[in-house]
Design a protein around this ligand. Structure first.
Ligand SMILES: [Fe+2]
Length: 449
């Protein structure tokens, strides 16, 4: 484990990259894994193949996966996404800017999802990478030549139609494209959307009938790109807006609403009620105003768009620093009652995670209440994923799963009861150390086998 003090924070301690790919089939389990869990918990993160990266967002994607079946933890494996950067590590140093136009030159390090029978490793500047069920890389996809540019790391699967709704943004025009993929995995619409400039749009929102773009004041800077830096900075002059468009709409259909300047990496969910659109989001006051590591603490806010009055009402729900908001996949774009977040989204927790007390928060948006699972000192949970119980009728009838680091330089995959939020896990699977990373998802066996 690298502890060299002169490395940046994001390469030290449990941020340090792993140096080997492993496959483990004899896994130690405590408790009882629910037999109904049949699928893969997968998580992506930046794990620089050279051992070094200039920014936490620029490492090479490594997928960690655990396969659950019949109450057993069948395997754990970690695999690099085999991008050109992994095949040729020198590329990472000498040819950063070609990555802006070569859509296969992805770090593939941000998210991994299942859709239309495929696993897709995603990073927002490039094309998706397809993986097989054993996490081996098949290769990049441009959806049979229909995807003309970058693709977000945060597309949304509509639980009603099975469509995959997403977008791509770019520092070159068109700055934003809306991308709709059918339930069977065919790209059926790519639509240029007019925004105020080259904005960095990390995520977006869907409702039953609309998509909502977040056009916020984090903008590209070409000179930073040419210097090989993360080419995005805060702009005090760029207006913050939400753009609401019918799902099958075109650029001319987008209605824009002004909001107060802020940044949102991740919304929790959005839904429609009459003439209003409600968005719960993890809101930051700004991003990258004072340099590339300027991350103020995010917290849960609610935006309510009044589509008749043309206004957006903003309310702070909680002042507890928290990130990676999630709802049950079954309510994506539909009214949710419960949302889950990772606490400890503070600079000090990232700097010194062993001195932070990890917790998973559960917000009850019907009562306004909040409960939490405490995972203990030095144990920081990753993104929490809700997995429904078989035959569940209540929205929170299911499991919360994630990986956390322990103080012993190992990690656990933990399964908790989402309805009780008991801090006592139903089961844990002991794993080797898994570095802190980005996004995870539960992919049912029906999608990836
Ligand atoms: Fe993200």
């Amino acid at each position: 484990m690298t502890t060299t003090e002169d490395l940046p924070m994001f390469l030290r301690g449990n941020w340090a990259p792993l140096t080997e790919e492993r496959t483990l089939t004899e896994l130690r389990v405590t408790g009882t894994i629910p037999a109904e869990l049949d699928g893969r918990y997968l998580r992506n993160g930046a794990n620089p193949v050279t051992g070094y990266a200039d920014h936490p967002f620029l490492g090479d994607g490594m997928i960690h996966g655990i396969r659950l079946r019949d109450g057993r933890a069948e395997w754990y494996r970690n695999r690099y996404v085999k991008t050109p950067f992994v095949a040729n590590p020198d590329l990472a140093v000498i040819d950063m800017t070609s990555g802006l136009t070569d859509m296969a030159a992805s770090k593939a390090n941000t998210n991994i999802i299942g859709h239309a029978g495929r696993l897709l490793a995603l990073e927002e500047g490039h094309n998706p990478y397809v993986l097989d069920g054993l996490l081996e890389t098949v290769g990049p996809t441009d959806y049979a030549g229909k995807l003309h540019g970058s693709y977000t790391a945060h597309p949304k699967v509509c639980p009603v139609t099975g469509e995959l709704l997403g977008f791509g943004y770019s520092m070159l025009e068109p700055y934003l494209r809306y991308i709709r993929v059918s339930a069977t995995g065919e790209l059926v619409q790519e639509e240029s959307i007019t925004v105020g400039g080259p904005t960095m749009m990390h995520d977006f929102n869907i409702t039953r009938n609309h998509v909502i773009f977040m056009d916020l004041p984090a903008v590209f800077d070409i000179e930073m790109a040419m210097r090989g830096e993360l080419p995005i900075r805060w702009s005090d002059s760029y207006p913050a807006r939400l753009g609401v468009m019918p799902r099958n709409g075109i650029n001319a259909d987008v209605v824009w609403y002004d909001i107060d300047p802020c940044y949102v990496f991740h919304p929790m969910n959005a839904y429609e009620v009459g003439n209003e659109i409600v968005l719960d989001v993890a809101r930051l006051d700004h991003i990258w105003r004072d340099g590339p590591m300027d991350f103020p603490s995010p917290a849960l806010y609610r935006w309510t768009v009044d589509t008749v009055a043309g206004t957006v009402r903003e309310e702070q729900v909680d002042d507890t620093p928290a990130e990676f908001p999630r709802v049950a996949d079954s309510v994506a774009g539909l009214e949710h009652r419960y949302g889950y977040m990772m606490a400890n989204a503070t600079e000090s927790a990232f700097e010194d995670p062993l001195s932070a007390a990890g917790a998973i928060l559960k917000y009850d948006r019907a009562t306004g209440g909040r409960s939490q699972i405490d995972v203990g000192m030095g144990r920081l949970p990753g993104e929490t994923v809700f997995v429904p119980a078989v035959g569940a009728t209540a929205e929170d009838d299911g499991y919360l799963t994630y990986v956390y680091d322990a103080t012993t330089d190992t990690s656990d995959f933990a399964i908790f009861d989402a309805s009780t939020m008991s801090s006592e896990p139903i089961a844990t699977v002991q794993l080797p150390r898994i570095p802190f990373g980005f996004h995870g998802n539960w992919v049912p066996a029906s999608v990836a086998d």
